[in-house]
Design a protein. Structure first.
Length: 200
């Protein structure tokens, strides 16, 4: 098995950093903005079972870049990080919001009309989130939205927890922690868009 120092420098398109058991991977092109050069479709789910599930997810992300090291990304392409499901235990912690989300978590990239997706389903995900700037509240079908002032994310998540309705969240600057038994934790992330069931 390779140690971190060996594999952290192996891929020119991934910057890796490990801190307190958290592996942070930044996909980029020539050290620039976050980019992904993955072209392989993954139509199946990655079963989150034990260390194998963690290793499979990590290998899928690394393989996405390793399979096409000579590719270049076109303008507008990148990776999206999403969560969707029912939220509970919503609590304000200073400017952050802590919660549990029961549902799914996925990485997504679009090339033309074809999305590539790596997804974890039926997961219980602890998350610490902050409202992004700008932040958009989205209608239920995500065909429209409105920009919101600071504090709106907490109100949206509290309303979703009270109603039991699912909420979809788009994340940026996410720090993830892969835990035993294939669990994942969002250590920190900014939410730039979220479902607001009260928005019409």
């Amino acid at each position: 098995m390779s140690n971190f120092d060996e594999y952290a420098r192996r891929f020119s398109m991934i910057s890796m950093r490990r801190e307190d058991g958290i592996l942070e991977m930044r996909f980029h092109t020539d050290g620039g903005r976050n980019r992904v050069v993955e072209r392989r479709r993954n139509r199946g789910d990655l079963p989150p079972q034990g260390i194998r599930g963690q290793v499979r997810l990590l290998l899928a992300l690394v393989a996405a870049v390793a399979l096409y090291p000579g590719s270049a990304c076109a303008k507008g392409e990148g990776i999206g990080v999403w969560m969707e499901g029912q939220v509970s235990e919503v609590q304000a912690r200073g400017a952050a919001v802590q919660l549990l989300l029961r549902g799914r978590f996925w990485f997504e990239q679009h090339r033309g009309t074809e999305p590539s997706v790596i997804e974890l389903r039926d997961a219980t995900i602890p998350a610490t989130l902050a409202q992004g700037e700008p932040f958009f509240a989205m209608v239920e079908n995500w065909h429209g939205g409105a920009i919101r002032k600071p504090g709106a994310l907490l109100q949206i998540l509290q309303a979703a927890a009270a109603s039991g309705k699912p909420v979809k969240l788009e994340l940026v600057r996410a720090r993830l922690k892969f835990e035993p038994q294939g669990r994942i934790r969002v250590e920190s992330a900014e939410v730039v868009r979220a479902t607001d069931h009260q928005l019409r």
